[in-house]
Design a protein around this ligand. Sequence first.
Ligand SMILES: O=P(O)(O)OC[C@@H](O)[C@@H](O)c1c[nH]c2ccccc12
Length: 261
Amino acid sequence: MDILEKIVADKRREVALKKQLISTSSLENYPLFERESPSLSANLRQARAGIIAEHKRRSPSKSVINNGLDVYKVAIGYQKAGASGMSVLTDGKYFGGSLDDLLLARSVVDLPLLRKDFTVDEYQIIEAKAYGADAILLIAAVLKPAEIRTFSELAINLGLEVLLEVHNLEELNNSLVPGIQMLGVNNRNLKTFEVDLETSRQLSGHIPDSMVKVSESGISNTDAILNLQGFGYQGFLVGEHFMKSGDPGKSAEEFIQNIRG
Ligand SMILES: O=P(O)(O)OC[C@@H](O)[C@@H](O)c1c[nH]c2ccccc12
């Protein structure tokens, strides 16, 4: 079993249990369920530097990145820095996140929020909406094409945007569904943790023009952004580089100012 298979197996167990604790109909009655979501994809298109700044305490590849921060302070810092959106890891076991992190971020910023998790069930999409997300992540490596279709339809019906994540051409060609707003190329192979920005460059020409192109992972300097912009990327998901600094908001601010020149 590779790490991705392990994460997904644990996630299925977690979701099965949660379903017994809180029904989808009660999630649909949460006050945030009625909230109108701002558009992450529109923000990325308009930005000079479309940064999606991530809150990530730890990861299977790096273990602890930064455990000592308050998510709401990080969210305020990212918004002030001029990020186009914020990604909040909500997986507990492998990334040290939670739905409470999403809620806390939601309580302090208007910035579009991406719920970053391993979506394996429609339940998690309803949950994302109930906890204040504006967009969800669907990972092609863990879903069948039919699931990508039904999950993205549900998300879009709820007013959530979808970031579809791929790592190679086969995943890209097999998982495109009309209506999905953003295509993320993960430069990190989730099975081996190897990171190579070349992945984004190689796949860029195969992404339909209707989708906002997002490059994810391993981005630690603004030269990389300028280079990827040349390949048509408008969104950049940056986690570790900001989180490992003592002040992620300040780190994001310097980064974004540097791109704006
Ligand atoms: O910390 P980095 O290397 O800047 O990467 C951020 C983000 O791309 C990464 O956390 C990520 C991309 N896809 C994922 C899927 C699940 C969990 C995490 C991720």
